[in-house]
Write a protein that binds this ligand. Structure first.
Ligand code: NDP
Length: 265
């Protein structure tokens, strides 16, 4: 019988995940089908999982924390960050994982000799990625527009600044736009004076937004910095999720060969 997979979120109409996973199922002869499910109430996630007989799912905005609560078992990293974007059902139990953060870690691994990283933004995506980067030996500082979101990072021992408290005293090897500034507008993620000073001294700039050249990436290119957008992060989180969905039947490179076709169609 065909195994059913889906992405839960709101909105989900723009998601590339169905294409990424269906291309890979087909090419690897795996009897699976991946759909999308617009879920308005996150607290219904668990019930839908069972009533629709779903084998595995991705979870996107705004339900990653609700997904964390819906699982019976969590892997160590998902437990630590409190957010789940991949769930599989085994023996009628839900197992939760976070593949966004390892996807991001792999995406930036092409930039060598990086130690100090500055995150512009401190939302949900910054949370899991800052933890995985720190675990991997990077030194992460966060700069955010509002002070409120920085509180939990301060409690976790990260260096943090608001636009007002920012001090131009350190050089960062990598600057990452972790905000949604530039996604549906033409905003930069922080005041241009701050951006100038951090970009001037950095080795590379990365944006987690994909599918468009944001004002942040345009700015970085103008300053002759190597750049990359969020496409690899999206691809890699999908490959790692696919490994869980198919219980590690296929290698990362095998899956990549087919899944990356979703980005050139
Ligand atoms: P959240 O809503 O959790 O956080 C948004 C963050 O952006 C906050 O820090 C917020 O600051 C900041 N922000 C929003 N607008 C502006 C602005 N105009 N100027 C400065 N700061 C701003 O979002 P997520 O963490 O869920 O998502 C962040 C980005 O990551 C999105 O663009 C999303 O598309 C992308 N993403 C990419 C993925 C990929 O696979 N490539 C995966 C997941 C997310 P404040 O606290 O002041 O409001």
């Amino acid at each position: 019988m065909k195994k059913l997979f889906t992405i839960f979120g709101n909105p989900v109409s723009h998601s590339k995940s169905p294409l990424m996973h269906n291309l890979s199922f087909q090419a690897l002869n795996y009897n699976g089908c991946y759909t999308r499910y617009k879920l308005e109430k996150g607290n219904l996630l668990r019930e839908k999982f069972f009533s629709l007989n779903i084998k595995g799912a991705n979870v996107t905005v705004p339900h990653k924390e609700e997904a964390f609560r819906a699982c019976d078992k969590l892997d160590e990293f998902a437990q630590k960050v409190g957010a789940v974007n991949t769930i599989i059902r085994k023996n009628n139990k839900l197992y939760g994982y976070n593949t966004d953060a390892p996807g991001f870690l792999k995406a930036i691994s092409e930039f060598k000799e990086i130690k100090k990283v500055l995150f512009l933004g401190a939302g949900g995506t910054a949370q899991s990625t800052s933890i995985i980067l720190r675990d991997a030996g990077y030194d992460v500082t966060l700069l955010n527009r509002s002070a409120k979101r920085l509180e939990r990072y301060q409690q976790d021992g990260f260096k943090t600044y608001t636009f007002e408290s920012f001090k131009d005293i350190e050089q960062y090897d990598l600057v990452v736009n972790m905000t949604s500034a530039g996604l549906e507008d033409d905003n930069l993620p922080c005041p241009i004076e701050i951006l100038k000073s951090v970009v001037k001294n950095t080795k590379a700039c990365v944006d987690v937004i994909y599918g468009k050249e944001t004002p942040f990436l345009k700015f970085a290119k103008k300053h002759n910095k190597p750049t990359k957008d969020g496409s690899d992060m999206l691809l890699y989180q999908g490959i790692i999720a696919f490994e869980y969905f198919t219980e590690h039947k296929f290698t990362f490179e095998e899956i990549k060969r087919y899944m990356q076709k979703a980005f050139i169609l």
